[in-house]
Design a protein around this ligand. Structure first.
Ligand code: CA
Length: 229
């Protein structure tokens, strides 16, 4: 079993190397995002342990780039912050699991065993519903063959909806995914941005993909939208 450990803090790196070696893993170490990305792209690892806070490329960015290059080696992210925002960013960026520091080595080993057993899982890089498509790697969006320019908030809203087509997402869930805690969005801010998003992806094309579910939230139709009368 070959594992790539990407961690810049010497103490933590040493702990991981010892623990994993004792468990019978062949351990390779990297201390920055750039080299880690090259090694992991080279292949030959059964699992990657990836710290979020790294010099140069962050762990999120390393993972996102691996996935955009169709490298599906299981990735366990290590996050120092116990923020849901980090976990969501990590998982949306293609990580398979995460562990918040500090953690017990036994828990790390259990998670790694599960990931290695499961093996690489390919995921579609382009999200779609009907003729509505979004490419998270390049942050581009199309309806049919027409490319649509989105603001960063519109993009995040659409990506969140497209990851769960047909499901009703509450305003709270949308805020959690699309706004940082520090931004403290006002209560109607989701509605304002959804309206702008609809204008670009629906109204211009005479369809309705983003539906309002009264008293609950919003839902993106899995068929990409029905024609509006
Ligand atoms: Ca670090």
């Amino acid at each position: 079993m070959r594992v790539l450990v990407v961690e810049d803090e010497p103490k933590m790196a040493g702990l991981l190397r010892r623990g994993l070696t004792e468990e019978g893993y062949t351990v390779e170490m990297a201390t920055a995002g750039g080299p880690a990305l090259e090694w992991a792209r080279g292949g030959g690892f059964d699992v990657v342990v990836l710290d979020v806070m790294l010099p140069g490329l962050s762990g999120f960015e390393v993972c996102r780039r691996l996935r955009s290059h169709q490298v599906w080696v299981p990735v366990l992210m290590l996050t120092a912050r116990d923020g849901i925002r980090d976990r969501v960013t990590g998982l949306d960026g293609g990580a398979d699991d995460y562990l918040t520091k500090p953690f017990h080595l036994d828990e790390l080993l259990a998670r790694l065993r599960a990931l290695a057993r499961r093996g690489p899982v390919a995921r579609p890089t382009v999200l779609s519903a009907g003729d509505l498509r979004l490419d998270p790697a390049s942050r581009r969006c199309w309806r049919g063959h027409v490319e649509i320019e989105l603001t960063s908030k519109e993009y995040l809203l659409l990506e969140t909806l497209l990851r769960r087509p047909g499901a009703v997402l509450t305003r709270d869930v949308l805020v959690e995914h699309c706004w940082d805690f520090a931004e403290q969005p006002r209560s109607n801010v989701v509605d304002v941005h959804v309206r702008a998003l609809r204008e670009k992806i629906d109204r211009k094309f005479g369809v309705a993909a983003v539906e309002t579910v009264r008293g609950a939230g919003y839902r993106l139709r899995a068929d990409g939208g029905r024609p509006t009368p």
